[in-house]
Design a protein around this ligand. Structure first.
Ligand code: 0X9
Ligand code: ZN
Length: 309
């Protein structure tokens, strides 16, 4: 089934059904792979998009969304990117000439479902913890790179930044880890879509030291921020998470850079909307995703230019 990204927010089941329909419509260019299951046994799926020329092992841009359940603009943005690359191919083929794209719209499937059915502002997974009164772990504190620092994560299962008992004790984290490691040799840009706040956040989250390629990552972020300010006057801040926002430990971007060898690793905090920032109205979707696409497209072009295959 085709879905109109601008007309509604979709459930995990609807998004999966849509992903599953794409290889039939684009047999040469779209492929769906299931990497595993969530704790509640929802299938976790990834879409790979190419230009269909049959060339293998091109460098990869890897994008995920919905690590945090309540950040609903992030799956919408992932779907919008998919539609730009597939349905609007004429205009965007330069982004697929020498690069493949790998997109996982929903990492935290159980939490996302829970925000539809029970509790709109849920953030974490839905796996029980050591505390019978508190459910869920923050996937973005559960990764095995400098996991467990108290500045940037919590050992308390009742906190929203609970890191889990061990790195990768969440099946959803394992799945994203496996995807990152599978594409690791080709991984030029890892982009994790979150909301909200208008930030391009770079590693490291766990330390105030800067990674060795920090300036290169800043140049990519700057390309995105400039493109957005020129198109809509939208203002993005960019820099190390630790300085620009707050310390984080065990998050996906640090793992992508530190372990999976991404050339550029980044968290994009999409713009706010709605009452809380996490719940934009449906009527906001179009403005939010079209502005954000200007930034993603500019950063992708910059990555492709700097790191040709
Ligand atoms: O705290 C988080 O996990 C992210 N912010 S959110 O409001 N979406 O929860 C920021 C993580 C940034 N970390 C790195 N880029 N390393
Ligand atoms: Zn988030």
């Amino acid at each position: 089934p085709h879905i109109d990204v601008l007309a509604a927010f979709y459930t995990h089941a609807e998004i999966n059904a849509y992903l599953d329909s794409l290889p039939e419509r684009y047999p040469k260019r779209a492929q769906v792979k299931q990497f595993g299951w969530s704790y509640e046994r929802r299938p976790l799926k990834v879409l790979t998009i190419s230009n269909g020329d049959g060339r293998r092992n091109k460098p990869v841009i890897l994008i995920d969304g919905t690590v945090h359940a309540r950040e609903w603009i992030s799956p919408s943005m992932a779907l919008y990117i998919i539609q730009q690359l597939l349905d609007n191919y004429e205009e965007n083929q330069g982004l697929l000439q020498d690069y493949d794209w790998v997109i996982m719209p929903v990492v935290n499937a159980d939490g996302y479902e829970y925000t539809h059915s029970e509790s709109r502002y849920w953030r974490k997974t839905r796996k029980p913890t050591t505390d019978p009164d508190c459910v869920g772990t923050d996937i973005n504190r559960n990764f095995a790179h400098e996991w467990g620092h108290d500045a940037g994560s919590s050992s308390d299962p009742c906190e929203d930044i609970y890191r889990g008992e061990r790195p990768f004790d969440q099946p959803e984290s394992q799945v994203l880890r496996d995807i990152l490691l599978q594409y690791s040799p080709r991984l030029k840009w890892y982009l994790s879509l979150h909301s909200y706040g208008n930030y391009f956040l770079l590693p490291w989250g766990y330390t105030n030291n800067l990674p060795e390629n920090y300036q290169d990552m800043m140049d990519v972020a700057e390309a995105g921020a400039f493109a957005i300010v020129h198109s809509t006057n939208g203002i993005y801040s960019y820099g190390s998470t630790y300085y620009v926002l707050y310390p984080t430990s065990g998050d996906t971007a640090d793992y992508a850079l530190g372990v999976a060898n991404a050339t550029v690793a980044m968290t994009m905090e999409l713009p706010a909307g709605g009452f809380s920032g996490f719940d934009p109205w449906v009527s906001h979707i179009e403005g939010l995703v079209t502005e954000s696409w200007v930034g993603v497209r500019a950063m992708a072009a910059e990555v492709i230019r700097r790191y040709p295959s």
